[in-house]
Design a protein around this ligand. Sequence first.
Ligand SMILES: [Zn+2]
Length: 232
Amino acid sequence: MEEKTIREKSALKEWIDWAKRGNWSIPGYRIVEAPRGPKLGETTTDRYMIVERPHGVTYQHSLGLVSRFFEGLLGKELWGTRCPNCGTTYCPPRAHCWNPECRVAETEWVRLPLRGEIWTYSVMLFSATAFMEQLPFVLAYVKVDGADTAIPMQVRGIPPEDVYIGMNLDLKFVEEPKGDLMDLYGVPAGKIEPPENAALQRDPESVERLKRDLEGTYEFVMKRFGIDNRVR
Ligand SMILES: [Zn+2]
């Protein structure tokens, strides 16, 4: 049974202005007559009030003492921080050293080269909506040359089944950086040669299984978005 609107004061037309101002409650509602749970042999209805409450929230995050890192991304520069006491170099940056012996000493900014090495990675066959069009993709933790910590980024330009731990990368920026982590990605640098202990490439069965799974994702993205993400 269709629900029947008894009274309505729609919020939808007010949505744009309210969304700009914040997330206050607004006077949109509907009172409807609609089916009450199923009962054998009879259909009853009742009155229900439905409120319209758009959610449009603009979060303001201060990036604080590591702001320079994100500003650097805007200018296609990669910055990390270094502890003046122990020399530990952080990328992503930390404003203070985490080595207990340094007693949270303030770090100093250092420019880092656009080179790194895959520390570990995952092949993503499914994702949140925002990244779905890019599926399947490789999300890696990359140790930038000169840094002691690893930073997450996508690895592009290589079929996911060919990626391995220890792969050298050139780090690139998207054409128009937005000042967030997705501005940075890696592409293979030099010879692609899985090491002897590469768990995936040394096991043909695992490679075949992964390729089969990847194919399912390529087909899903093609059907849903009309995009062919196969790397050739
Ligand atoms: Zn330190």
